[in-house]
Write a protein that binds this ligand. Sequence first.
Ligand code: TH1
Length: 807
Amino acid sequence: MASPTPAPCPPKGQALLEAMRRHLFSSQAKSASLATTHDHYVCLSLAVRDILLTSWVDTADTYTSQHVRTATYMSAEYLLGPHLENNLVSLGLREEAAAACEALGLSLEEMLAEEPEPGLGNGGLGRLAACFQESMATLELPAIGYGIRYEFGIFRQQIGPNGQMESTDPWLARGNPWEVIRPEWSYPVLIGGQTVIGVAYDTPILGYGVHTANTLRLWSAQAPDAFDFASFNAGDYTRAVLHKVQSETLSKVLYPNDELEQGKRLRLSQQIFFVSCSLQDMFRILASQGIPVTEFHRKFAVQLNDTHPAIAVAELMRLLIDVHGVDWDTAWSITTATISYTNHTLLPEALEAWGLELFQQLLPRQLQIIYEINARFLRTLRIRFPGQPELLERLSLIEEGPHRKVRMAHLAVVGSHTVNGVAELHSRLLKENLFADFARVWPDRFTNITNGVTPRRWLAVANPPLAALLNDAIGTDWCRHLDQLRRLEPLATDAAFLERWQRVREQSKERLAATIRQDTGVLVDPASLFDVQVKRIHEYKRQHMAALQVVERYLRLRAGEDLPPRTVIFGGKAAPGYAMAKLIIRLIVGMAEIINIDPAMDGRLRVIFLPNFSVKLGQKIYPAVDLSEQISTAGMEASGTGNMKMSLNGALTIGTLDGANIEIRERVGDDNFFLFGHTAEQLAAINRSGYHPMPWLENDALAKEAIDLIGSGHFSEGDRDLFHPLLANLCSSDPFRVMADLGDYRRAQNEVDSAWCDAGRWSMMSVLNTARCGFFSSDRSIQEYAERIWKVAPVPVNACSVIPSPS
Ligand code: TH1
């Protein structure tokens, strides 16, 4: 609300204020008396956009006039999160915007809350793509992000008594002030004999504290203009419109599956659609700069974000040969010199393989090219490895069997000069298992680049109190050079500093407690230990193991044990078709219902399932985490990035030796990390000798009691059948080795309880987590991509725009 006498606006704030007033009239066509909160949000966003447009225009001019080498990132997902606050922080205008809002009787917080989140991704893979875009701009690297402008992003999750319910996410319903349509840049794509047009929508991606603003170019599907004129003229208007509707479904909705490949016709169509538009766009840029097509690989480096855009290998060949008249061998050298591929998972169910029939129907020419690539590849192998037909069969781009398929991961490896995994362990396992044969053929092709997260969104924007403390203690350089956090180390034993640290953490926990109250109605004590697992719900991530642990804690508390107060917080979406994941949510919700009303648990234990985990909600959660749960079965979580966000914000991790946990532990130190569980190697050995959960369970009275309690219907209003599929699975095959790790998990949790009781020591460990996490900046990851894979150098952009800056 307006304060009676608003503080005078600073000059840049004044300019924002004037621009907001102007946009209310010229963009929203309203007077103040009719303006809604959303109108004001749009006006503020447009006012900020006016300012960043000079950077955007200057960046495009600089890149065009200097013919710069450019990295292009192809990703089916970008989990961007809201733009407004991030742009304000990048421009250094957060305070000014707050003042401008206040002068209008508005609050900046209210404006920020109005922004719908572009949820064009499922989870870690999409969020990584978003962090990478921001880091590329901050490092002043010429780059373009290519993807799909889904009209509906990841579904909205509501939690009812029966667990998860989904609804659509119409994020574009009220327009989008951050994008610019470029109808002049649209391209035809032939899919299943029908032409679809992709139209470019551009979003500026600002670098932090630099004049660079790169472009994220997302393709929207449209029916061709002259759509089916024949039917139209024949009076079959409906048929003509039907084709239009069919074409436009291509960019209608994001598939809500995380790490699950579902062989859907529409999905393959989406992939060729955005890949072909992007490559055609790159040829257009090449031509506009007078560069011959045979120089494609000198102008562009193309990074494939997992196999979703792997069809780029065949499509680039097709465009070079069929459209630009290049011969096969030259085209192949250009393609393999251009493309590189990041693998993000070892899970077999995520490995894309498309049935030949479907492929033939939709993309006959690309299939022909794939056959030719394969024939030539197998020929070289036959010469190098004579008499090894099994090896050839394993490496082939085509999977044999009753249903022959194209293996997209193989296509990506064969068509790339470099293949990387996303954490050290993952990259090693890629070479030892999934791509072992390929590693024999091309040992130098494989490398590792450990993931990172952007400190702008995940510290400066998400955690203003901590950012202010850091600025005060070690200066402001950490935001661009996250390694600077090292300078906190000496302060980890400084009592006065620890007190301030504590205060900052309390603030974040109070803020989250307020959100929890608003979203679930449950009151939680900010002084309790906030124990958090937020991420997609998946059995390999083992939310059910954490749930079992909570039931055990409940039993111990009921038996009179004295344990420090905890608030256990879960959040995350389950793929709508993934029954077991939905059942895990149902279990957590059932536990919360019983535990949170049990007077004996008051002040001791609270269980929360926060609905609709998203980037926005993550920004409130990560700063408030005391204990970060990273408990996946070793060898299954390729990297994880939530683990980095939590540790960076001062959480301690309880975790397995999996993904990037290993590197986090190496850096923060084993004293400041609660390790448990079998290693990937130990699990492999257990698997070889035949795993069964029963022997583990039989020696574990507490685990048995917990399972029995769940089975008794205690958390399901007496329904003994509800959780049967989950419990039966745990007690028979237990594919994710929950029982093998449960005992050691409990031991580590007990250590957490004792460590928490020494508040001073906990704070020191918390400081050391932040201080030693500088490595996990996406700036560092991107620097490695740019130097080792793309060979793309920074190009600083100077303010040279002829258009005057509005400020
Ligand atoms: C995730 C990985 O599970 C996670 O460990 C990693 O940190 C993240 O990628 C970024 O590298 C993946 N998400 C998906 C989503 C789909 C298919 C494969 C993966 S791997 C749809």
